[in-house]
Design a protein around this ligand. Structure first.
Ligand SMILES: [Zn+2]
Length: 163
């Protein structure tokens, strides 16, 4: 697992200090599709992030209620899911998914609502990736993760997630 992480870290040319925004740009380039970072205010006691692979773009939602270092860790964790091509669980039926977020692919909604638990292998791998990236960067993080103005289509999704 550690070797897989190191390989991805090489590919992403991570140095110190770490520029999270620049890293996301490189990743988007490698994947050939845009990657958007969107702030989210969650009301859960466990602030986290979420990767959504939509049809034409990737979105990383991150909790804005935490400090900058933690924010970077959250984004890196989701980047970990992306580079290892992890996927969400499929449990929610299409109809319910459409009711919740009419403009989104039901598959996407499913990923949102059926998050993996922290004890599975994918979560461990994403966590290890995030930690190793920060270690490689000597825990020096620059480039504030700034919220983007979201696509109107995503407003509903933000509402669902913030609820
Ligand atoms: Zn995760």
């Amino acid at each position: 697992m550690r070797k897989r992480c190191e390989e991805q870290i090489e590919r992403l040319a991570i140095g110190s200090p770490l520029d999270v925004a620049a890293l996301c740009e490189r990743l988007a380039e490698q994947r050939g599709r845009p990657l958007h970072l969107l702030a989210l205010t969650s009301r859960t006691s466990n602030p986290s992030g979420l990767w959504v692979a939509a049809k034409k773009a990737d979105y990383i939602f991150y909790d804005e209620s935490v400090g900058e270092a933690h924010r970077a860790h959250i984004v890196l964790h989701e980047v970990g899911h992306m580079v290892f091509a992890h996927a969400g669980v499929a449990e929610l039926d299409d109809l319910t998914a459409r009711l919740l977020a009419p403009n989104l692919d039901p598959k996407v909604v499913r990923q949102l609502l059926c998050r993996d638990s922290y004890d599975n292998e994918h979560e461990q791998e994403a966590e290890l990736f995030a930690t190793l990236v920060l270690m490689r960067a000597g825990f020096e993080v620059v480039g504030t993760v700034t919220p983007e103005v979201p696509d109107p289509e995503l407003e509903r999704l933000r509402e669902v997630l913030s609820a």
